[in-house]
Design a protein around this ligand. Sequence first.
Ligand code: UDX
Length: 443
Amino acid sequence: MAVIAKHCPEYQVTVVDINHERIAAWNSDKLPVYEPGLEKIVREIRGKNLFFNSDIEDAIKKNDIIFVSVNTPTKTYGVGEGMAADLQYWEKTARQILNHAESSKVVIEKSTLPVKTALAMESILLSQNNGLTFDVLSNPEFMAEGSAIDDLEKPDRVLIGSQETEEGRRARDILVDIYAHWVPREKILTANIWSSELSKLVANAFLAQRISSINAISALCERTEANVEEVARAVGLDSRVGSKFLNASVGFGGSCFKKDILNLVYLCRGYGLNEVADYWEGVVRINEYQKKRFVLNMLRTMFNTLAGKRIALFGFAFKADTGDTRESPAIDIARHLLDEMAEVVITDPKALDNVHFELGDLLGTGRIHMISDPYKAAEGCHALAIMTEWKQYRQLDYEKIYRSMMHPAFIFDGRNILDPDRLYKIGFNVYSVGKSPLTHFQD
Ligand code: UDX
């Protein structure tokens, strides 16, 4: 919304939320999310044509266009538990719009939703026959965290789905006009509303599938002396495949991939497409396997016991340049290590505060330590594992780190950001995802 407000000064943009604390933070000097470039925009236009408040009813009354961006987490109860999207917040919002609207509205699905949700929304919004019209559009968001502002400023595409009716097309043009303030027209795609809803799930499923594909191959590389980076490069240079999103890792995280694939799987099963569902479920299965494999590898190489050993996790965020830890692979790795009775030292430049929340149930073990300085975090550790590809971790003085650790010292690079040969020469035993280990032990 900040980017829209920046490019469309003649529009007044109001962001509302039921969470008063968050709104207060948006109005303060310390924004509630860290995203490069965001703060600058918010500072420039807050109070001009970008406003934050908690008066949802008033916002519904006063605005003509409503973007609904409420969360649609995986259901944790009832039918579809653990798979389907929980639509309760979406539906509540639709009813709230209906109850407080005094004029017709264009309602935009910004949240990621299962295909056909717009139909349900329209049924609710039109249920009162109150003479008002509500046009529901789908406008999925493809930005990624950490690069959100760049992605919004220069999107690969903007997708707008509408009903193929005259009113639907009119509503669609209203939204096209907004984006056309800064996005080239040929990058603004219009589609039928179901294609638009489905495209969002499929885009995330394809991206996650690439990571699971290369991660599956990383396991084979480790057994065969092939190097996953060399394989990814050779494969990715085929322009039909493309080189992006082929970095083998300890596993993908983030709030979207797993949730959206499970949602897709659930949808397929709902339509009786079990083979299709199984195919996509495999992407999540490989991701779980990759995380488990990482810890098993640590266990095996550290003489089959981690009990009482101190292990530093470098990074807790699900990727670099964000403080977000939702579904971060570091959480599962920490849990597996704690199961093995290890002492876990966590360091991260942005996400350390989230350890309390993500691992709260295990803090009582007394075996979780949070240390913001990576050098101090590594002190006295038996092993160090790279969980997040923070730039600063590439630039650390690993000789100094080596000297402060227990020996033999191990590094497990879950992101392939370090130079294994250099670390090996320093004295480390080095295990990088998808590469042969470099160890000082006799076979
Ligand atoms: C994703 C999609 O990229 C974005 O289009 C969508 O709108 C929201 O979901 P995001 O979750 O912010 O964005 O992060 P992304 O950059 O896609 O990374 C997801 C996870 O995959 C991270 O844990 C990342 O570290 C991992 N990853 C990514 C890899 O392991 N290897 C890669 O090559 C790329």
